[in-house]
Design a protein. Sequence first.
Length: 84
Amino acid sequence: MVRTPLTPEERERGERLGRLLREARGRRSMVDVAGVAGISAETLRKIETGRAPTPAFFTVAALARALGLSMDDLVVRCALVPVV
């Protein structure tokens, strides 16, 4: 299966998500946060660095829960245009 290339906007949204998760993680280790979220530290690293700019919904939801973030806040902060 061939994956459709991401648009620049999708890449930017993924980078925003990565920055937000990195900031929310603070001084906690990737291993600790990934373990609480039920994902691998490698997956978290790829999301935080933008190498996985379109993670699965349930992965984002698990990370939001592990970091104490609301999904609504993630949507607003990662959107490329203002969310009303």
